[in-house]
Design a protein around this ligand. Structure first.
Ligand SMILES: Nc1nc2c(c(=O)[nH]1)N[C@H]1C(S)=C(S)[C@@H](COP(=O)(O)O)O[C@H]1N2
Ligand SMILES: [Mo]
Length: 318
């Protein structure tokens, strides 16, 4: 029984298409140069608890995930943030420093063979860190281009051996109003929750970031461990994850709970489906005053469109 379940999970298809193995050689080489330069730059001194294995970053760059537009300036990507636990403005850097991120335990439970409670430090020493350049498209119509460091979500889930009967993966952020006083605001459905189907979670693009710009993640960006699903609107990329639960119930996410007419479970990027209050046709790259067209699945249709081919009657794009 368990063996069969195991196999079902394992055979979930990881298609590597010819298309995304075609590299823009020049960018790749330039990128590799940048990667090694970042690795040797002396860092500014930080609080000891922030430094979970900084020597592991950025990890070697995965050449399957490079970009055709420049990376967002690091200062901008690390100071213009959405993190409602620390406030509803974009300027939450100072407030976020109150979060204790070491030690940090991540629970993986629910429909798994071997429930786990893992220390972040142990996770990053066990799973090989790689770097990927991904687009990020916020539902608010701004975007960024970021070098994340981390590992595939599937590699993390496999540590707990998900059962074949699991259909969804539910993610939960920390709940600690002492450090994040916004969590005292009882009209918000804390803790922040997000969810994916098991097939989405096993897709090669679904990534767990523990680092960014060649260093461990900063608190404002979701330290010490966050999800990155680049084909979906940014709110799916849940920060500072404490608990991951395999389940047969579709999770109701934070934003879906708050505004089901505006935010749904799937939240796949689609320029042709407007938000009820604004168009999604264009986006503003952070640090840039121009507008660029938004792409279906944020440019990742090749990797993910197949996940949705047989779904009918689902609101896939909100
Ligand atoms: N726990 C939690 N995760 C979260 C959010 C949040 O408010 N709380 N905001 C989301 C939204 S809307 C976006 S666009 C991204 C922003 O990530 P960044 O601040 O690293 O750019 O985080 C997502 N993850
Ligand atoms: Mo967002």
């Amino acid at each position: 029984m368990l063996t069969r379940s195991r196999r079902i999970w394992d055979v979930i298809d990881h298609r590597v298409t010819d298309e995304h193995l075609v590299l823009n050689r020049r960018r790749l080489l330039a990128g590799l140069g940048l990667g090694s330069a970042l690795a040797v730059l002396p860092g500014r001194p930080r609080a000891a608890e922030e430094l979970t294995a900084p020597e592991l970053y950025p990890g070697s760059r995965n050449p399957a995930y490079v970009l055709d537009r420049p990376l967002t300036d690091e200062t901008i990507a690390t100071t213009y943030n959405n993190f409602y636990e620390f406030g509803s403005s974009k300027n939450i850097v100072d407030a976020a420093q109150a979060l204790t991120i070491r030690p940090w335990l991540v629970t993986i439970d629910g429909m798994v063979e071997t429930p786990q409670e893992l220390d972040l430090e142990a996770i990053v020493r066990r799973l090989p860190i790689e770097e990927r350049l991904y687009r990020h498209r916020c539902v608010e119509a701004w975007s960024m281009d970021v070098p994340w460091s981390g590992f595939p979500l599937k590699a993390l889930l496999d540590l707990a051996r998900p059962l074949g009967s699991a259909q969804y993966v539910r993610f939960e952020t920390f709940l600690n109003p002492d450090e994040a006083p916004e969590q005292l605001q009882s009209w918000y459905p804390w803790p922040y929750v997000e969810g994916l189907t098991v097939a989405e979670a096993a897709n090669e693009l679904a990534f767990i970031a523990t680092g960014m710009y060649g260093k461990p993640l900063k608190k404002q960006n979701g330290a010490p461990i966050r999800l990155v699903t680049p084909w979906k609107y940014g709110f799916k990329s849940i920060k500072s994850i404490r608990r991951i639960t395999l389940t047969d119930q579709r999770p109701v996410s934070y934003w879906e709970e708050l505004g089901p007419s505006e935010y749904g479970f799937w939240a796949n990027v689609n320029p042709d489906v407007p938000h009820p209050r604004w168009s999604q046709a264009y986006e503003r790259p952070l640090g840039d005053f121009s507008s660029v067209p938004t792409r279906l699945f944020n440019g990742y249709a090749e990797q993910v469109a197949g996940l949705y081919a047989e779904l009918e009657g689902e609101e896939l794009y909100k």
